[in-house]
Design a protein around this ligand. Structure first.
Ligand code: 2RA
Length: 336
């Protein structure tokens, strides 16, 4: 049993779900420490019937902490993770800062659990758009080896944090009375709109969010030959990222085989009955931990292709749930 577990960023949108997941999954630790930056330090959070005061994230805060689950912006993680490790803690980090560091394993417990065995104190959880796609691709990759993926995302405003959802509400309300709410979190008004830009320009006309889907997918599968062509779009949906995915495999797969593979994989739920209007939608997946797939069909434009639709709660499997599952895996390994 771990003595002390710390949650950094406990008052944020993802941090709150981390706390809910810790209770739901009943992780074995004795003491919970909550930490946050200056703005939220000193506030109080309810956990398991107790009130816990949020401490300040600063050097010295991790003495006697065994494991940390952190949900903070990249620059905060870049700053605190090294001193947390020096003070003796292992950090499960949800920010983008460490993901592509060769010494840091990038983990989805259903896909590459073995990666937790080798680390220097920091373990990373992938970006939300990558996580749900890679979970869905994993059974197909294992059975038929993926060569190429073409993916378009429809990403919820909560991916940009609590301010994203505030801006969605403000933008929709303004639009309904013929006004424009000036955007701050997003590049353009999000109410009744779609924005084909998430992040900033990164490589050859692709954004940082899109290149995460390329690099992180290869790292998790340990296969640099997988080709990924992503387009990431922000949509006026509060929670739940959706993805239209076309995958080409080395070995051809029938639709029936793909459905059987999806059904046999932990963490995937198939909702696929077009005739009865059944397919995954963000409002049905909100608050659920699985990755949902549907509209599974053959690519009629080329051989060896399967097309499908994938939805997941971006704050859960895309962030909090995956990080808590990594922590759970670490705890299981250490008790062996
Ligand atoms: C977004 N994927 O949806 C990002 C959050 N990590 O903005």
């Amino acid at each position: 049993m771990y003595e002390t577990l710390a949650v950094v960023g406990a008052t944020g949108a993802v941090g709150r779900i981390v706390l809910e997941q810790l209770q739901k999954r009943d992780l074995p630790f004795r003491k919970l420490k909550l930490l946050a930056s200056q703005r939220s330090a000193g506030s109080e959070v309810r956990y398991a019937g107790e009130t816990i005061k949020v401490g300040l994230l600063e050097p010295g805060a991790f003495n006697n902490v065994d494991l940390v689950i952190a949900s903070t912006p990249d620059e905060v993680s870049a700053d605190f993770a090294p001193y947390a490790v020096k003070e003796g803690a292992v950090v499960v980090d949800e920010s983008g800062y460490w993901r592509m560091d060769p010494k840091v394993p990038l983990i989805i417990p259903e896909v590459n659990p073995e990666a937790v065995d080798k680390h220097d104190g920091i373990l990373a959880s992938p970006n939300c758009s990558t996580t749900q796609m890679v979970v869905a691709l994993a059974p197909l990759h294992r059975a038929a080896r993926i060569r190429r993926v073409v993916v378009s995302t429809y990403q919820a405003t909560s991916g940009a944090g609590l301010s994203g959802n505030v801006e969605l509400n403000d933008s929709v309300r303004s639009a309904l009375v013929g006004k424009t709410h000036p955007p701050k979190t997003f590049q353009h008004p999000i109410g009744f709109n779609l924005i084909p830009q998430i992040g900033s320009h990164k490589y050859e006309g692709y954004t940082s969010e899109e290149m995460k889907m390329v690099y992180e997918t290869r790292k998790i599968f340990g296969d640099d030959e997988i080709q990924v062509c992503p387009t990431c779009v922000r949509v006026p949906v509060a929670t739940g990222h959706s993805e239209s995915i076309l995958v080409e495999t080395e070995k051809p797969l029938s639709v029936e085989e793909a459905i059987e593979l999806f059904n046999g994989f932990d963490g995937i739920t198939v909702v696929d009955d077009l005739a009865n209007m059944q397919y995954p939608m963000p409002r049905d997946c909100d608050g659920k931990d699985d990755v949902f797939v549907g509209r599974i069909r053959k690519d009629i434009s080329s051989p060896n292709g399967i097309a499908f639709w994938c939805v997941s709660d971006n704050l859960r499997k895309g962030a909090a749930t995956n990080a808590v599952q990594i922590a759970e895996l670490m705890m299981k390994q250490s008790s062996k």
